[in-house]
Design a protein. Structure first.
Length: 303
């Protein structure tokens, strides 16, 4: 049996990062959690689980190089801000530091379902509202493929169930806490691939255990493909409160576009690109133990 390996987890206090820390520790792997503020409650909770906290940020090249010297694997996902150019450079910093260590042999990067398919999106071009988002995801994947690591794996999560949890739920589903109504620009019966972000950790732990098996794989990750009315039904059962769906009219979409920034374009984009592909994401993830939507809703504080 392979001896315990050490993984450096970037964005360790986020939804995906916490899941990676938890799953890897449960497998007996050693975990170094790269965090901006080791004194934060979330960072302290990771240390309590058994992770070693490594302070730093993605602009600090020296901190990244130092953190990479004593680990076998690195998990990374883009820390998104409004600075897309800077975000991409920070990912370059992480991968360059890992490559320079001479020890890191396995890298897992998390992007998003549909990464790399941008040129097929309706209306794709310089004015596309999600252009920078998708080009960054695509470039990060290419950087991992071309960096020369002995083993690399790409994970592409679907829509995150954490979008239904407070406080971020009010961004995705405004006023749902008050009136149990999910207001969306998605079309009726549009099935989307859903995932508990923490389950990315189940995949990463497998990769760290058996990097050769997963080398070169690009894994779409989702547990169920459901439309928003099916999600409302599951919320109703889990919360003991009836949830309904309101589909925005064209006029309402334009009003919300002015107030909510990228949320409306992102939902319009989903209407154009998701068909049966949501089901493919679920089938491609069947080898991993993932949390069902109903179980997630029952276990978490929503709205």
């Amino acid at each position: 049996m392979r001896s315990a390996r050490t993984i450096l987890v970037m964005c360790a206090t986020g939804n995906q990062g916490r899941g990676v820390v938890r799953h890897c520790l449960q497998r007996g792997q050693r975990v170094c959690a790269f965090v901006r503020d080791p004194s934060s409650a979330t960072a302290q909770s990771l240390e309590h689980l058994g992770a070693k906290l490594i302070p730093g940020n993605f602009d600090d090249i020296e901190a990244l190089i130092k953190a990479s010297q004593s680990v076998d694997a690195v998990f990374h996902l883009e820390a998104q801000t409004a600075d897309f150019v800077g975000d991409l450079q920070r990912s370059r910093n992480v991968l360059a530091a890992a490559r320079s260590s001479g020890r890191v042999s396995t890298v897992v990067v998390s992007t998003a379902v549909k990464t790399g398919q941008h040129e097929s999106f309706p209306g794709w071009g310089p004015a596309h509202p999600m252009r920078a988002y998708w080009l960054n995801k695509h470039e990060i994947e290419n950087m991992v493929r071309e960096a020369g690591f002995p083993c690399w794996t790409i994970v592409r999560p679907g829509y995150l169930l954490q979008n239904f949890t407070a406080p971020v739920s009010d961004v995705y589903f405004p006023n749902a806490m008050e009136d149990a109504t999910l207001r969306v620009a998605w079309k009726p019966r549009l099935k989307l691939p859903w995932l508990d972000a923490g389950d990315v950790g189940a995949v990463v732990a497998d990769v760290v255990d058996r990097p050769e098996k997963f080398h070169g794989r690009e894994i779409d990750l989702a547990v169920e493909a459901l439309d928003i009315e099916e999600m409302a039904q599951k919320l109703t059962v889990a919360q003991g409160r009836e949830f309904k769906v309101h589909y925005y009219s064209q006029e309402e979409e334009e009003e919300e576009l002015a107030k909510r920034g990228p949320m409306i374009p992102a939902q319009r984009w989903a209407n154009e690109v998701f068909g049966t592909s949501a089901n493919k994401s679920v089938k491609g993830a069947s080898e991993f133990p993932l949390t069902s939507v109903s179980r997630f809703f029952k276990r978490n504080r929503l709205f």
